[in-house]
Design a binder for this molecule. Structure first.
Ligand SMILES: [Zn+2]
Length: 251
């Protein structure tokens, strides 16, 4: 977010060579221009990254809690630093600092996660939330609140895609990490018995990836379903409040 650049630079072990945006939302791109390094994102996110906030599909009216609704609108305006210049793109299967790029559209059309096979660490950005956006409180793993999603059903399919990588630890853009017995928590966030518009073929991370919808230039707001999962809080054993050290590197 805007203004956190000096803190990120102080936490970095050395000069920052590249900034990889998980997606282009205000709170994820806001500090990027302060880091004085080339900015990269997924091809489906370039237009939104280089355009004024808010993205066309954001709909704060979908937040029931009035205080949160108005607060988040103001905060996002404050966090943003305007359009950023994208120097290049990273796409499905690319490698970034020893991590594989996984395209997980839904929250944003060009949302990406980074997966490190060596130890199972998954940086999921905003593809998964462990926070109840209606209260701001930590909560069990879930799809992001529909107010900020490009396509909530696609976001759910993307969580199922991430499960096939069998991550051992999932660090997120907001709130607590997902640790311990990760798979059941992710399955609960995106149950497979729901209608899935992208049926799977085969098995394993390569073959089981749901097909990815092309990024239409029209908003998907009218296709949203008012079915935000209201899940229970995470038991203390599965949730840790912490500042992810790489949060600043992959925003
Ligand atoms: Zn976001």
């Amino acid at each position: 977010m805007r203004g956190s650049g000096p803190e990120i630079l102080a936490a970095a072990p050395g000069p920052i060579a590249k900034i990889i945006l998980s997606h282009a939302h205000a709170d994820h791109r806001g500090a990027a221009p302060e880091l004085e390094a080339p900015i990269y994102c997924h091809p489906d996110e370039v237009d939104d990254a280089q355009t004024d906030w808010p993205q066309s599909y954001l709909d704060f009216s979908l937040i029931n809690n009035e205080r949160i609704r108005e607060g988040l609108r103001r905060l996002n305006q404050m966090w943003d630093s305007g359009p950023v210049q994208i120097a290049g793109t990273v796409d499905e299967g690319d490698e970034v600092a020893g991590m594989r790029v996984v395209h997980v559209p839904g929250h944003a059309p060009g949302e990406i996660a980074l997966f490190r096979a060596a130890d199972g660490l998954l940086l999921a950005g905003d593809a998964i939330y462990t926070q109840d956006a209606e209260t701001g409180q930590p909560a069990s793993a879930r799809v992001p609140h529909q107010f900020a999603n490009w396509d909530t059903e696609q976001a759910r399919a993307s969580i199922r895609k991430l499960i096939t990588y069998k991550p051992t630890s999932v660090w997120l853009g907001h709130s607590t990490s997902i640790t311990g017995d990760v798979e059941p928590q992710l399955k609960a966030a995106a149950p497979s018995d729901r209608a899935d518009p992208t049926p799977r073929v085969g098995s394993g991370p390569t073959l089981a990836q749901p097909s990815v919808r092309e990024h239409p230039r029209t908003p998907r707001r009218d296709e949203r379903r008012a079915e935000w999962i209201s899940a229970e809080r995470v038991p203390p054993s599965t949730a840790r409040r912490e500042l992810n050290p790489v949060d600043s590197a992959v925003r």
